[in-house]
Ligand binder design. Structure first.
Ligand SMILES: [Mn+2]
Length: 341
């Protein structure tokens, strides 16, 4: 069985990029290591090919992963608070390349800004949930990370794996595989990791930067969330809550809750973990879902207009926290009590 899409699918995207002088890249809101690693590696690869690239980020650049942009002088624009003046006109760009998502709801505000943009819209992604608006889509749902797809693209485009590109791609892989622990880790993922190490990734420094580099505030809010843990459905469903007051009293920020959703999966009986977060300022209640495989949480999330992967998904619910909690948790309890589980 082939481990990648046919080379032709890659060459379609390569041909599009090759005709460009300057590309605008973006990725999903609240970018993770895969989002920043895959876009960072693409910017460096385009640079190697003599193509300029700029990134528009829909959230602030997270400190933890900022090195991948800052160490490589990646030109990026922060659009979290307001649309950057430098992007008022998009005429200088010959294409838009979206990495690590294929849906507008992960790109809030962007659709409107692109209403007059007539150049090709390109998507490189590994998520199951997709839409139909891109001119070229390179979507491999088997890929552990968008970075895995980028790595294959660079291989077929004869891009030299510099230590910087290798590090960006390694960041992408380890972020989405939990340092090669999750079920999306394939033999090809590990072979790629080996090639990246040979190309000069300092894995020890990267590990410390990612996993031994937390703010105390993060541990404080994670402790509170863990104390809210409830087990339902005979211990098969874990539910945690993070309240606005938890943020206020611990001094933690939203990114400090990243990874927390996985903690209840340590419990033997738990099949599904749900984390509900009350917005710090305003907006919908955010719900993260993880599964050990018995329940397809992407399918579950779709009934609330969310999406993601079978084992990792998310959704948003407008309205008050308790109402949102009851709506989502009772739907999951009902599904997990049904005959199909
Ligand atoms: Mn990803």
């Amino acid at each position: 069985m082939s481990e990648h899409l046919p080379d032709e699918s890659y060459h379609v995207l390569i041909s599009e990029l090759q005709t460009c002088k300057r590309v605008l890249l973006t990725t999903h809101v609240r970018p993770d290591g895969d989002a920043l690693g895959s876009t960072g590696a693409m910017v460096l690869a385009l640079r190697q090919k003599g193509i300029d690239a700029e990134v528009v980020l829909l959230s602030h650049l997270p400190t933890k992963y900022s090195f991948v942009y800052l160490d490589n002088d990646v030109t990026f624009h922060d659009a979290e608070s307001s649309w950057p003046a430098a992007l008022e006109s998009l005429d200088r760009f010959d294409a838009l390349l979206v990495c690590d998502t294929g849906t507008w709801n992960q790109l809030p505000g962007l659709k409107e800004k692109l209403s007059g943009f007539t150049k090709p819209k390109l998507v490189l992604d590994h998520h199951l949930t997709q839409e139909d608006w891109a001119d070229v889509k390179l979507v491999e749902t088997r890929a552990s990370a968008a970075g895995e797809i980028v790595a294959r693209l660079l291989e077929l485009w004869n891009v030299t794996l510099t230590p910087s590109i290798a590090t960006a791609l390694y960041l992408a892989l380890v972020s989405d595989t939990g340092w090669f622990q999750y079920s999306n880790t394939r033999p090809i993922t590990l072979r790629l990791a080996a090639r990246l190490m040979e190309a000069g990734v300092d894995t020890d420094t990267l590990y410390q930067a990612l996993y031994q580099n937390e703010r105390a505030e993060r541990i404080a809010i994670q402790t509170r969330a863990m104390q809210s843990l409830e087990l339902l459905c005979d211990g098969r469903l874990a539910v945690m809550r993070v309240y606005k007051t938890d943020f206020e009293q611990t001094g933690a920020n939203v990114p400090d809750t990243e990874g927390l959703i996985n903690q209840p999966l340590q419990i033997r009986t738990v099949q599904v973990s749900i984390l509900l977060s009350e917005p710090r300022d305003f907006g919908p209640v955010r719900v993260s879902l993880r599964s050990k495989g018995q329940v397809d949480v992407a399918k579950f999330a779709e009934q609330f207009n969310g999406g993601g992967h079978a084992r990792a998904a998310g959704l948003k619910v407008d309205g008050a926290f308790e109402a949102a909690h009851d709506k989502v948790v009772s739907a999951m309890v009902q599904q997990m009590s049904g005959p199909t589980v």
